[in-house]
Design a protein around this ligand. Structure first.
Ligand code: HEC
Length: 156
């Protein structure tokens, strides 16, 4: 019996080691490119810091990878979140959104943050600093309203 357990453990170890050769493509584009939110909207430093710490890892072309996120299968789990997250909202491409897309994203940002849906819970387990306080949530909501107004006023 002991022997079987040992063989299974060794097989698992080999499988784990082998899995390291299969890594998803990394999301490591440049930060702060021309079309980035920070270049194309009015964002003050405190809000920039909140978005950078709590959202940019999944909603931009540039993820800050901690070491363990480079280990399979964690890397695949993360890859999937970034891929789906970027499809929903990509701050690196903010400048390419139309005004109505921006406004609808701003509304969604306010809602998902207020409801505690974003940042994703699984992210907060390892990124404690990304958790938003009530005050920070309010700051983000206020910002989405200001930015939305600014866009609408620009169109009058
Ligand atoms: C760990 C990755 C991750 C982090 C961090 C994260 N998101 Fe998301 N986000 C996702 C994924 C995946 C989706 C798409 C699936 C979903 O709606 O759950 C998404 C969807 C969204 C959407 C679209 C929701 C909709 O209804 O379509 C908005 C808006 C959003 N996120 C805003 C944010 C904001 C703002 C932050 C930071 C405060 C943030 N997210 C942090 C992964 C993340």
């Amino acid at each position: 019996m002991k022997k079987i357990i040992l063989i299974i453990l060794i097989l698992l170890l080999i499988l784990f080691a082998g899995a390291q050769f299969f890594q998803p493509e990394k999301n490591e584009g440049e930060r702060n490119i021309e079309t980035d939110l920070f270049q194309t909207a009015i964002v003050n430093d405190p809000i920039k810091a909140l978005f950078t710490a709590s959202c940019y890892d999944c909603h931009s072309n540039s993820t800050n990878y901690p070491w363990y996120s480079k280990v399979s299968p964690v890397s695949w789990y993360l890859f999937d979140h970034v891929k789906v997250g970027k499809e929903a909202l990509n701050f690196s491409e903010w400048g390419t959104y139309t005004d109505s897309e921006k406004i609808s994203q701003l509304v969604d940002i306010g809602e998902t943050v207020s409801d505690g849906e974003m940042p994703l819970k699984s992210f907060l387990i390892i990124h404690k600093e990304a958790k938003l306080s009530e005050e920070e949530i309010q700051k983000i909501v206020n910002w989405t309203e200001q930015e939305g107004m600014r866009i609408m006023e620009g169109n009058q």
